[in-house]
Write a protein that binds this ligand. Structure first.
Ligand SMILES: NC(=O)c1ccc[n+]([C@@H]2O[C@H](COP(=O)([O-])OP(=O)(O)OC[C@H]3O[C@@H](n4cnc5c(N)ncnc54)[C@H](OP(=O)(O)O)[C@@H]3O)[C@@H](O)[C@H]2O)c1
Length: 136
């Protein structure tokens, strides 16, 4: 399923005999959907992060750029690895083969605790696409 936030999930949980395996929602350090993630975790639903590169809107953010510089990886890889380390499936999109490869090269490095907490502090409710919170 896609774009299910807490109220949508609660409605579903009250009725469904079988729960969905995956919930695809927009999710980045700038839009963390913590309550939705917690509810999904409680019910064994995998969270898949769409638009995990903020649709390009925060690739120039100074905190993310500094972490990229420190870790020797790209800004995109930092944002995606943050999701991986939070147990998310990340779903980036690129039209460029080199970037597609870059976006998949996430499993030969790790962000340290400082980088993770710096990224965790970036919440700003940034919705770059359609906001399912408006459909309750
Ligand atoms: N379920 C839903 O309601 C829903 C809603 C929105 C999106 N999605 C899905 O989520 C996926 C990705 O979302 P998205 O395309 O909206 O956003 P995104 O992956 O956050 O961002 C895509 C943008 O980032 C650029 N980009 C990709 N890799 C990059 C890199 N390594 N370095 C710099 N720039 C990079 C792309 O440009 P280039 O192409 O030029 O590289 C493109 O402009 C898609 O498959 C989409 O279908 C689902």
């Amino acid at each position: 399923m896609s774009n299910f936030l807490v109220p949508h999930l609660q409605e579903l949980l009250g009725k469904a005999k079988q729960l969905p395996a995956v919930n695809q929602i927009e999710l980045t350090p700038f839009l963390q959907r913590r309550e939705t993630r917690a509810l999904c975790a409680q019910h064994g639903i995998v969270v898949e992060a769409y638009s995990p590169l903020t649709h390009g809107q925060r690739l120039d953010h100074p905190v993310v750029q500094e972490i990229a510089r420190r870790t020797g990886r790209s800004v995109a890889q930092v944002l995606l690895r943050w999701g991986v380390q939070h147990g998310l499936v990340v779903l980036p999109k690129s039209t460029k083969p080199a970037r597609i490869a870059e976006n998949g090269a996430l499993f030969d490095f790790a962000l340290d605790d400082r980088a993770m907490s710096d990224l965790d502090a970036l919440e700003e409710g940034l919705v770059t696409g359609w906001d399912p919170a408006e459909q309750v």
